[in-house]
Every structure is written in C-alpha cells, then in structure tokens.
Ligand binder design. Structure first.
Ligand SMILES: *[C@@H]1O[C@H](CO)[C@@H](O)[C@H](O)[C@H]1NC(C)=O
Ligand SMILES: *[C@@H]1O[C@H](CO)[C@@H](O)[C@H](O)[C@H]1NC(C)=O
Ligand SMILES: *[C@@H]1O[C@H](CO)[C@@H](O)[C@H](O)[C@H]1NC(C)=O
Length: 274
C-alpha cells in the first residue's frame, strides 16, 4: 500500500512537471562557504520529453549540461565553470549530476572568485529543449571568519579517565571538512572535524586550536583543557594498593631488624657485664 502511494505520488509529480515544462530546482538558492572548503550546490532538473512540429511529437534528448557564473542565461558562449562538452575544465568544479535529472555541482577548495551566482543550463538536441533557471545559487565566500571549538563538556576542567569531544565548527555550512588540530601549537595527526579524547590523561591538558587544512587564516581561538587527577582509575588504585603494601612490608621488616639488633646488642652487653 505504502509503495503504491509513493509511486502514484511520483507519477503525479511527473505529470505536473511535464505540464509545467522543463524545470531546474535549486533546493538552496544561497549558501555560505569558507575559503578553502568544499561546497555542494544541490540541483535537480526535469527536461522536456518532446515538442510538437506540425501535429507530430518530436522526442528531445539532453545532449549538453553547463554551469556558469554570474550570467543570467548561461548561454553556450559565455564562460562556464563546467561544460559536459569540454574536456578543459577546472578540476575544482566537479559535476556530481547526470544528463537526466541530477545537476548537482561541487566546488572544491573554494576561492574568493567563487563569491558569485551559479546557474545550471541544459541543452537538448533541439533548441526547444534548452533551458536555464536564472534564479541560480548564490555563494557567499566567507574569508574572515575563524573556526570555533565547541566542547561536548561544559567544563574546561575535567577529570582523568573522562571523555571529551572537541568539534571544529564555523558559521558557514560546508561539506567534507578537512581540518588541522593543534595542541600547544603542535599539529596533531587528526584531520576530522571532531577530536575525541578518551580516556583523558594528564597529558591531554593543554591549549587546543583548529583550522581548515586549506586555510590556516581560519585558525580558532585557543581552547584550554585541564585534566585533573580527580577520579582514580582502576590502574591507579591497584598501584596505590601495591605501593602501600610494599611500604608496609618495608616498615615491618625494618622494625623487626631494628628490634633484633638492639636486643641482641643489649643481651651481649649484659652478658659481658655479668
Ligand atoms: C527556478 O528555481 C527556483 C529555486 O529552486 C524554483 O523555485 C523555481 O520553481 C525554478 N523555476 C523553474 C521554471 O524551474
Ligand atoms: C545527485 O547526485 C549526488 C551525487 O551523486 C547525490 O549526492 C544526490 O543525492 C543526488 N540528488 C538527487 C536528488 O538524487
Ligand atoms: C560577495 O558577493 C556579495 C553578493 O552576493 C557581495 O555583496 C560581496 O561584496 C561580495 N564579496 C566579495 C569579497 O567580493
């Protein structure tokens, strides 16, 4: 039943789309990207299936897809950032879509020049099937903003054996975030947006910062973490018990020896006197 409902819904959507003609939908018409990061511009399209010439339906087929910057119609001759007909494309612009319904574009290593409006254009084997949605997606490249460290714990002072996760975040949304973490200004090997510290030891104390790997200017304010010898972990307890037992043994043995030496001396002395 659920499957039938879903199918009929899709069918209805298809009919509606067909009735309206070709469409290009940008789910987000604006986005923000930190320089050096990767941003994805989601996009779906519905091409015209056919057109009429003298009462006959002529089928249409999409033969070319383009993405361009700041041009309202993205005509064939305007410079494009992606063109399915061209082999000479900047590899920073990756077309994740296809020639049928998906027109998603991904921009890697975002540059200041990407602060622009991007539009998708489809071209069919007849010009009736050509279409650009001039709304486009406006990308705002954020150069000045710094990364921020968000801790999973409200306290900056934590106890040994506890767990904490530090997240490297920014006011801009982006994908496939590659960051560099620093502890006391030394780079750590972790490259993911979250740094998981567990179980905490005294050596984890220090000043943490993070930055986008491709843009060190985004380096965050330092986050200071203090690990206190609060909760004793199992190993520490065992060590403590062993240490106490050891000390007790030494003291006992020592006192026995001292007692014997003293009394032996005492006895030998009294033997000499008599
Ligand atoms: C153009 O894109 C906007 C934003 O996604 C959408 O609301 C609109 O329906 C689209 N128009 C056409 C004709 O595809
Ligand atoms: C379009 O393709 C991209 C990359 O393969 C995928 O992530 C996305 O979900 C697709 N979008 C739709 C609406 O199918
Ligand atoms: C980026 O584009 C916006 C318009 O979308 C504009 O207001 C802003 O000045 C641009 N910033 C830079 C640094 O070019």
């Amino acid at each position: 039943m659920a499957v039938w409902d879903k199918n009929s819904l899709w069918g209805l959507l298809f009919l509606l789309a067909g009735a309206v003609g070709q469409t290009v939908i940008y789910p987000f018409t604006s986005t923000c990207a930190v320089r050096g990061s990767t941003v994805t511009l989601p996009c779906t399209f519905t091409p015209l299936k056919s057109f009429k010439v003298n009462q006959t339906e002529v089928p249409l087929k999409i033969v070319r897809v383009l993405w361009c910057q700041n041009h309202r119609y993205c005509y064939t001759n305007t410079p494009s950032v992606y063109d399915s007909n061209s082999a000479n494309i900047n590899p920073r612009y990756q077309y994740l879509g296809d020639m049928k319904t998906n027109c998603t574009l991904q921009i890697r290593d975002v540059q200041q020049g990407d602060n622009a409006t991007f539009r998708f254009r489809m071209e069919a084997d007849h010009r009736e099937g050509h279409f650009t949605n001039k709304t486009g997606v406006t990308v705002r490249v954020d150069d000045g903003s710094k990364m921020r460290i968000i801790s999973s714990s409200d306290d900056e002072t934590l106890s040994r054996g506890e767990t904490v996760t530090l997240l490297c975040a920014s006011g801009c949304t982006f994908h496939q975030l590659e960051v560099t973490w620093f502890k006391d200004n030394h780079a750590l090997s972790d490259t993911g947006p979250s740094l998981h510290l567990s179980p905490l030891t005294a050596e984890d104390s220090g000043s943490y910062t993070c930055a986008l790997k491709a843009n060190m200017e985004t380096v965050s304010e330092p986050y200071s973490l203090q690990v206190e010898a609060g909760n004793l972990d199992e190993l520490t307890v065992i060590r403590l018990v062993l240490f106490s037992a050891h000390t007790l043994l030494i003291v006992t043995v020592a006192s026995i020896i001292i007692k014997r030496t003293c009394c032996l001396q005492h006895r030998s002395r009294s033997a000499a006197e008599s």
